[in-house]
Structures are given as C-alpha cells and as structure tokens.
Write a protein that binds this ligand. Structure first.
Ligand code: ADP
Ligand code: MG
Length: 393
C-alpha cells in the first residue's frame, strides 16, 4: 500500500453531497466538561473545507470505551456544543448512533448543515466491524471521509467497514499524518535519524526493527536503553531492564552495528521520585542499588551531535523520566537539538508530544502526530486498516 497515493477530500466531488466524516472527538472530559478541545480544533480544516464546498456533514466519533452500551457519561453532546461554538454555527446532535433520530436528521440535512451522531461505540457492532452497522452508516451519506488518524489502526465499522459501501477518502488531518510519517519512512530527506526512548524495549520492538532498516542513525535512550546495555554485559544496577529481551537486544545491536547509539553516562538515584538525591555516573557501570532515570551530560552532547545535519528526524519516547524536572534534561537537550538541526521533524508518542508541548516547541517541529497507538503501528510498518480502506488516486 502506498499511503501517499490515497485520495483526499480534494480529490472527490462533495458539493451538494451528504458526507459522513469519521472524526477523532475522543476528548478528555472532567465531569462532562471538555478539558482540552484540541482534537475538535484539529478537525476544523476538514469540516470547514467540506462546508465551503457546499456539502451536508454527518460527523461521527467514538468517545471513551462504553463497550457497546449507551452510557450517558460518554455522550458526544459536549462535543456538539463546543464544535458549534468553534464553527459559530449550529451543530445538530442526534440522540442515537444509527436509530430513528440519526436517520431522520440525516435524511433532512441540507448543504452547509452539520449533524453529529452519538458515540459510535454505543453500538455493539462498531468495534466488531459488523457489516450490518457499516451498511447502515453508509446508507446515511454519499461519501465517506476518514479524518480519525488516532483510530486508523482499528478495523471498526465507522473507521473501516463503512468504506466498503461508499467512496472513501482521507481528511486533512489524516492526510498530514500520511504525508509526514509516510514520507519520512518512504522517501526521507537524509540523513534520517530516529530517536527512540521511553520505558520499555517490548513496547517498541516493532518500531526498532522497522526503523533499523531505514535509518542512517538510531539513537536509543530512556529506560529501554538499559536492556541493550545490560545485554552487552554493562552493569545497570536497578535501572529498568527486561531480561527476557536480552537476546533480541543482542540481535538488534548486531544488525545495527555503528548505526545504533546508546548512552555513555547516566543520572542515577537510589530513590525513585522527583526530588531524591541524584548524581552523574560518567561510564556504563551503575552500582547495584542505583537506578538511572536520565541520560547524562556527555550523552546529551553526543546525541545532539548526531542530530546536527540530519535531514529528517523521527522521535518517539523521552530520554528519561521527563515528567520530573530533575530527570528532564536529556529529553530537553534532544528536543533542543532537533529544533536546532532544522531537519524535518516528526514527533510520535504521547509522552514525547507532551514534552515538546511543555517546552513550547509544538510549532518549531514539523509534525506532532495526533495518534499514539496509530503512529506506533504506522512506524512499525504495519498496514493500518483505516488507511488501507481508502480509495487510491
Ligand atoms: P511515548 O508516550 O512518547 O511513546 P513512552 O510511553 O514509551 O513514550 O515512555 C514514556 C515513559 O517512559 C515515561 O513514563 C517515562 O517516565 C518513562 N521513562 C523514560 N526513561 C525512563 C527511565 N530511565 N527509567 C524509568 N522510566 C523511564
Ligand atoms: Mg506514553
């Protein structure tokens, strides 16, 4: 599958048509109040384009995990309200997903109007990709637009199944993910440097394996580095490590050769907490009762050097326990180096994106992916069903 060859909203006639748009409105809620409307704002370019083109919009999304039951606390009603405010136009809310309310409102919908269906996961068939439900979604509209990159790794009725029965294209948010991540993996500006971090090797085995074949340099930091170091025979003390992954780590290191860069010094502590005493260990020998929670200053410099002159950078996973200021320096150093490199930069992973945001760098990097699980699977080289189902150009 060539992800760069998928049709987008601009490749299909939508004027006067009813368009079903799968959005990612899975917003954080606190007592029914939306605590961040970022995901709603992210859907606006697609929604506004379709409205300008004179389409009638039927929007749908999941929210939380109601597991096939109607649960009022997972209603999309707060999203309809917020979206209406952002569009300065009314957003009609159906009281069900695919029942009488949804069908009647969709049938009478006119160009320029916006209807939001209830949480698609109120329907038990949704997560089973049930063909009956997919057909019912398709019957509401003339065209399907998938703009929910964050759900693209799930083969559900509203993300994938519905595309069997309607012309299917991607929205702008999805298209941006495909262009940046797909472009970086497919035909990158070189050198291509990947930086992987985070807690565990086992979370990202697939990513490491896939990237290894594509990158010029693979930097590994964060907790996952200690499985590699320990497998090589270095003393890592109490640092995170997965002993059952030693063989895999050795295999990956053999395959990677000089491409793979590991930490050479560490910030260690005897107390896993934000304000415990810590010190720098200047070599790969960590004493028994000590645990590394960040890469040390020499490693920061080395990693920053590797990033200089990069053409493309893919970053997934912090270099240490960046949630705590005392162990955020490695992650900050890498973020600075990415920005200074001037490379095309793609940030995937929730914690890495949070670190970038906290530093105020969201606009200084090329692309912060909106989908945690989806971007991981994309970087693993897997075919995502919500993308594969879209029409080719
Ligand atoms: P992302 O969300 O960007 O993909 P991950 O979820 O894989 O990143 O990893 C982030 C987590 O890894 C954070 O909770 C962080 O505290 C933890 N982490 C990073 N380095 C270490 C370390 N050296 N020891 C323990 N935990 C670490
Ligand atoms: Mg995470």
């Amino acid at each position: 599958m060539n992800v760069l060859n998928k049709k987008s909203v601009e490749d299909i006639a939508v004027t006067g048509k009813k368009v079903l748009v799968r959005c990612d409105f899975n917003v954080p809620l606190d007592n029914g109040n939306i605590t961040s409307d970022q995901r709603i704002r992210a859907a606006l370019p697609t929604i506004n384009y379709l409205l300008e083109q004179g389409a009638a919009l039927i929007l749908c999304s999941h929210l939380g995990r109601p597991k096939g039951q109607v649960m009022p606390e997972f209603s999309l009603a707060p999203v309809a309200k917020r979206l209406g405010e952002l569009l300065s136009a009314p957003v009609v809310m159906a009281s069900d997903v695919i029942g009488e309310s949804a069908k009647c409102l969709a049938a009478s919908l006119k160009a320029g109007e916006v209807l939001l269906l209830e949480n698609v996961r109120f329907e038990a068939g949704e997560t089973k990709n049930c063909p009956e439900l997919s057909k019912q979604f398709a019957a509401l509209a003339d065209v399907f637009v998938n703009d929910a990159f964050g759900s693209a790794h799930r083969a559900h009725s509203s993300t994938t199944g519905v595309a069997n029965y309607l012309p299917a294209v991607c929205g702008y948010l999805m298209q941006k993910e495909l262009e940046y991540i797909g472009g970086a993996l497919g035909n990158p500006q070189r050198p291509l440097v990947a930086i992987l971090g985070g807690a565990k090797v086992s979370d990202k085995i697939g990513v490491i394996e896939n990237l290894l074949g594509k990158v010029d340099t693979l930097i590994v930091g964060g907790g996952m580095a200690y499985t590699f170091l320990a497998a090589k025979g270095n003393k890592v003390g109490m640092s995170l490590q997965e002993k059952d992954k030693y063989d895999l780590a050795l295999e990956l290191m053999a395959k990677a050769g000089d491409k793979l860069k590991l930490p050479v010094d560490h910030v260690v502590t005897q107390e896993f907490g934000p304000d415990g005493f810590n010190k720098v260990v200047a070599r790969n020998e960590i004493e028994e009762s000590w645990e590394s929670l960040d890469i040390g200053p020499a490693t920061r410099e080395r990693f920053a050097k590797e990033l200089q002159g990069a053409g493309t950078v893919i970053w997934n996973g912090p270099m240490g326990v960046a949630e705590w200021d005392a162990y955020a320096q490695g992650t900050i150093a890498v973020a600075n180096a990415i920005v200074e490199s001037g490379a095309l930069s793609i940030i995937g992973g929730g914690d890495s994106a949070a670190a970038i945001k906290k530093l105020g760098y969201s606009d200084k990097v090329s692309h912060v992916s909106t989908g945690g699980g989806a971007s991981l699977e994309f970087m693993e080289g897997k075919e995502l069903p919500g993308i594969a189902c879209l029409n080719d150009k």
